[in-house]
Design a protein around this ligand. Structure first.
Ligand code: 5GP
Length: 237
């Protein structure tokens, strides 16, 4: 697979064209941002962990019947994925109160939720990714009701598969963000973007120690170590 011109550079990844119009190459960077780009830094080795972890999760989910953009890992930081048109909706699933939910609803971080919470946010940096509901998304023309119902169903299926997997390596899946896209080749909605400690809150099951990007967001130190701990438990480093 040949890497051609860069299509897009995001905060944590670059995306390149290939000779196949239906395939792009994602290149994971060590750059880290938080609070809508206000806080910037680097996390050494993060790109490698996020690449390998995303690929591991996508493969696991594919085996359980979830369609994803994953095609093939090309190097420590590069992966060939199906070209998609990203649905500009961040899909957040929560199992335990943390972050913005704790703040908004005044629930102490770490409180169990009686059922998974599904949230949609409009992926728009200028607006700070505001939370929206299905009728907002349909009204502003970013997705159809059918697409969002399907995305919500997939996100909850993925939730159970991810909870079960992380349990086997002593990790609690607190919450996470998913993105879906319309596959350029098949037209179907498939899981895209990444699944990594950048996009998930992951706590050690015994100590509840944070093993994710909150260590960077909250200046807790031990950021690189946390990413490596997750990768080692997954057996990908
Ligand atoms: P919260 O809404 O509590 O800030 O985030 C909920 C979950 O979604 C967390 O696991 C967080 O990592 C993830 N998340 C939400 N928005 C973003 C985003 O813009 N970028 C990344 N990397 N993760 C996000």
């Amino acid at each position: 697979m040949e890497k051609r011109e860069m299509l897009y550079e995001g905060k944590a990844k670059k995306v390149f064209k290939t000779e196949d119009p239906h395939v792009v190459i994602v290149d994971y960077k060590d750059d880290a941002t938080a609070f809508n780009g206000l806080k910037k830094g680097t996390i050494a080795g993060k790109g490698v962990v996020n690449n390998k972890m995303s690929n591991f999760m996508f493969k696991m989910l594919e085996e359980k019947g979830i369609a994803t953009h994953f095609i093939q890992e090309l190097s420590d930081r590069e992966t060939a994925v199906k070209s998609v048109d990203i649905v500009p909706v961040e899909v957040i699933v929560r199992n335990i109160a943390a972050g913005s939910l704790s703040k908004k609803l005044g629930i102490e971080e770490g409180t169990d939720l009686k059922c998974p919470v599904l949230e949609f946010c409009y992926k728009n940096d200028d607006l700070g990714d505001p939370m929206i509901n299905i009728s907002h998304a349909v009204a502003i023309g970013i997705a159809t009701k059918e697409e969002l119902d399907y995305i919500g169903e997939q996100a909850l299926k993925i939730n159970q598969l991810m909870i079960d997997y992380f349990k086997t390596i002593g990790i609690i899946l607190v919450d996470y963000k998913l993105e879906f896209g319309r596959c350029a080749k098949c037209g179907k909605i498939i899981l895209a973007d990444e699944i990594s400690p950048d996009t998930c809150r992951l706590w050690d099951a015994q100590t509840r120690e944070k093993l994710d990007k909150d260590r960077f967001r909250r200046d807790m130190g031990g950021v690189e170590e946390a990413y490596i701990t997750v990768a080692k438990r997954m057996g990908i480093l």
